[in-house]
Each structure stands twice: as C-alpha cells, then as structure tokens.
Design a protein around this ligand. Sequence first.
Ligand SMILES: Nc1ncnc2c1ncn2[C@@H]1O[C@H](COP(=O)(O)OP(=O)(O)O)[C@@H](O)[C@H]1O
Ligand SMILES: CC(=O)N[C@@H](CCC(=O)OP(=O)(O)O)C(=O)O
Length: 264
Amino acid sequence: MITSKSTLPTVRKKIVIKLGGSTLEGLNKAFFSNFKNLQQEGFDIIITHGGGPAINRELEKQGITSPVLNGIRVTNEDAINIVQSTLIGKVNPALVGELNKAGIMAIGLNGFDGLLLQSEFLEKETYGYVGKVTAVNTQLLNRLCKQQIVPVIACIGATIDGQALNINGDTVASEVALAVEAESLLLVTDVSGIRIEGEYQDKATPALIDQWIEEGHIYGGMIPKVQGAVQVLDAGVPSVQIVDDRLTGTMIVPSSEKNVAVRS
Ligand SMILES: Nc1ncnc2c1ncn2[C@@H]1O[C@H](COP(=O)(O)OP(=O)(O)O)[C@@H](O)[C@H]1O
Ligand SMILES: CC(=O)N[C@@H](CCC(=O)OP(=O)(O)O)C(=O)O
C-alpha cells in the first residue's frame, strides 16, 4: 500500500496587528521579538497603523483645527492633505524602516496601492473627508504574505474617483482582519487594555462594553477600538485583544462568557 503525506496546501493563519500612533515612537525590543516568535510559530502577520499624535503635531504647525467626535477626526479639505502626507510620507516609512532594521521584511502600503482599501465617504456633512472601507484587496495581501513579506498599511482609503479619505486606524485594522479572516486581531496601544475605575480588565464582553461607553468609562480613541473589536469578534475571529506593546491587555469575549475577571 502506498502511503503519502497530504498534498493539501498549508494555509498559514493570519494575525492582524494594529499599532496605534501612541505606540509607534517607542516600540521596544520585546515587541520585535514577540513579533518574530509569532512568525516562527507559522503565522502570517499584517500590520496596520495609525498616527494620531504625528497628525496632531502637523495640523498644529499649520494652524488647522480638527475636532474629534467619538474618536473620529473631523477632517476638512486642508486637514486631509496633512493627514495623507503625514501617514504616507512620514509615519509609514518610519515604521517600515524600524521593522526592516529589526530583520523583518516589510513593505509600506496605503489604500491607493493596488486598490487595497476601496472606500466611500462615511458621512460627509458630519465628518468631512473621512472614509469607510467598502472592499479590501485580500489577493494582494495574500500574495505578499506568501512571499514572507509583512504588509504595513497606513489608514488612508481611496475612493473610486481617486479621493483620499482619512479612516481611523482601528477601523482599518478591523476591516482588514475581517477581510483576510484573521485568526487574531491585536490592537496595540499605549495602555494595557480597557481600564474601568482604575482596574484593567482581563476580559470584556460586548454587553459590558456597551454599558461602559454609555457610562462614560470608555471614551475618545478607545471607542473605535472597542467598536471594531466587537464587530470582528461577532464575525467569528477567534481572538481579539486590546494590548500594550508587551502584548498584555484585555481579551474581548462573547457576552455568553461569565468568567470576566479584573487585573490590578
Ligand atoms: N476605558 C478606557 N481604558 C483605557 N484607555 C481608555 C479608556 N477610555 C479612553 N481611553 C483612552 O484611549 C487611549 C487609547 O486610544 P488612542 O489614544 O486613540 O490610542 P492609539 O493611538 O493607540 O489608537 C488611552 O490612552 C486612553 O487615554
Ligand atoms: C478618521 C480618523 O480619526 N483618523 C485618524 C487616523 C489616525 C489614527 O487612527 O491614529 P491612532 O491609531 O493613533 O489613533 C486620525 O486622523 O487621527
């Protein structure tokens, strides 16, 4: 009898890691070694990033005001140019450079590249040049991953007419995680997860999250994070976490889970 190993192609599982602007300027060695460990364990990694602090600095220099509503920057015509040039021209190449320096082969992308993030206006009257993602070019991402190249995606979407739109980094991460059917979404930020009345939460359910937003315990930039996280969990991504750069933080778990503990 002839025995043969399975000829089915091995599909590598994907982890989407979103790096918040607040973390980008101080990524530590532990982050890069965790990153390499995940690659060695056989995961393909896709990075998306924000750049809120760098955008704030540039807007301030130019004297442009841009209020933030529920964690989303209201972006007028002047602001979108600054957001685009800051994310694509500065933040993205700096991060790609850091990754390559750490021995991780990475390539910088934004929504225009290969129509990676096709987008439409979210609500022009309220938010101006802010987008929502309508399609992600997963073929492009899969091809890069297959070549062991880490895609590093700046959160700029492109309309069919070639208009750049500003999209919150957490929203882009969630859309990419959904599109590639990721195994895990890690939203890396400057806090060790969700903190409620001084206590970091090990786990959080969608029901608790709704309650905490309503009570004002979750606000600002944490809102798009938890909203994206819940959407991704509901769509069936097995592991969704909001963590610091040591990958410690809060796991978002289904509302049916009863054992929700706190960490001091
Ligand atoms: N309940 C909460 N727990 C922790 N952080 C919170 C909470 N509510 C609001 N935040 C704020 O959200 C911030 C993280 O969001 P943001 O500044 O947009 O980070 P990033 O740049 O990583 O996306 C935290 O630094 C904190 O100020
Ligand atoms: C529409 C919108 O809010 N866009 C964000 C994009 C950058 C971002 O999300 O940066 P962080 O990940 O550092 O928060 C902004 O203009 O700040």
